[in-house]
Design a protein around this ligand. Structure first.
Ligand code: X2X
Length: 339
């Protein structure tokens, strides 16, 4: 062993010590207790809640109990529209929300929902963790919401109905469908000739049960975990769009947190999101068989009639005009030309 080797290892040891002083328990002794309210629209048994609960536990542990993130799942604090107001006014600190619903406030945030934009998950993650996601997050920051780096997966969405299978776009003509409260969602189903109603997720099960609407669309994980199969008979694997939830924090609240607290929250939330993405991908790949056993009848339609119907109705042209060329070029770098 040479002297230089041992001095390198001593230096490494010293810098490891000071790194732990930055993110480890001792530094948190300086701050008082911090309690943050995290609310979502997703059942407690869904990976979006489970993985964030784990992250909150890890944060509590690493901060010696100083940072306590309390989770309120399943619309306990209100429906999406209401929770969006609450995260803006500070009644809720952190709230994951579909970019398409956030679109009511940040028009650009709906862009990843343009129908059939993403052919697979590899493309989704390179876009959303890459230039497109960064561009959307910059727009979100302008309305005083902080969005965490990584978006939660919700999944590719499929259409369920209580009345008939959807085989071609023609089957959507006049069809009464629930969509989330979002301009892009409403416009898409209008372009199919359907009759969409914007309803918060908190009301979806009962809207289907009482037949206010005949159907809805969601990824398989949601259809299963929210038990929508109890009130639906058919599932058409349209995969018509990919949807995820941006994790939004009240801008003032986030900016007011000490840097070491932000760093420890970021670290555990990011690792929770990566696990959540893995869970959802596996669920959405494996759930078809389980949902069949629970009574849902599946069909896998040809995508072509749906894409053609949207093109013909001018859906892509309309949204190209609304999002603008710069935003569309960020998306089309990943999706290819959408016409
Ligand atoms: O409201 C929905 O359908 C849901 C649960 O998928 C979203 O959060 C967009």
């Amino acid at each position: 062993m040479t002297a230089s080797t041992s001095s390198i290892s001593r230096r490494t040891f010293v810098s490891a010590l000071s790194a732990s002083a930055v993110v480890g328990a001792p530094a948190f002794a300086q701050s008082g207790n911090i309690t943050l309210k995290w609310a979502n629209n997703i059942p407690a048994t869904h990976p979006s809640t489970i993985r964030i609960k784990e992250a909150a536990d890890a944060i509590r542990l690493e901060t010696g109990g100083k940072v306590d993130i309390q989770i309120f799942p399943n619309n306990q604090l209100g429906g999406d529209t209401d929770m969006l107001s609450q995260v803006r006014n500070g009644a809720i600190d952190i709230f994951p929300l579909s970019g398409l619903i956030l679109q009511t406030l940040v028009p650009l945030a709906g862009i990843n929902g343009l129908a059939f934009a993403f052919k697979d998950y590899a493309t989704v993650w390179s876009a959303m963790d890459g230039d497109l996601g960064a561009y959307i997050r910059a727009a979100i920051a302008k309305v005083n919401l902080h969005s965490f780096d990584k978006i939660l997966d919700n999944g590719f969405r499929n259409i369920t109905t209580s009345t008939k299978p959807i085989v071609t776009a023609e089957d959507l003509r006049g069809f009464k469908i629930r969509v989330p409260v979002s301009p892009l969602w409403t416009s898409m189903f209008k372009a199919f000739g359907a009759s969409p109603t914007g309803i918060n997720f908190s009301e979806v099960y009962s809207a289907l049960q009482t037949k206010v609407v005949e159907g809805q669309e969601n990824p398989l994980a949601i259809i299963d975990i929210a038990k929508l199969y109890e009130v639906q008979k058919f599932c058409s694997m349209t995969g018509h769009m990919w949807d995820g939830q941006w994790i939004l924090a009240n801008g003032r609240r986030w900016a007011g947190l000490p840097a070491d607290v932000q760093a420890v929250i970021n670290k555990h939330v990011t690792s929770g999101v990566l696990k959540q993405r893995d869970d959802i991908r596996r669920l959405n790949n494996g759930l078809e068989a389980q949902l069949k056993a629970k009574g849902l009848a599946f069909n896998t339609p040809e995508v072509k009639s749906f894409r053609d119907a949207l093109s013909k109705a001018g859906f892509y042209a309309e949204w190209r005009g609304k999002f603008g060329d710069e935003a569309m070029s960020k998306l089309e770098k990943y999706s290819g030309k959408l016409v």
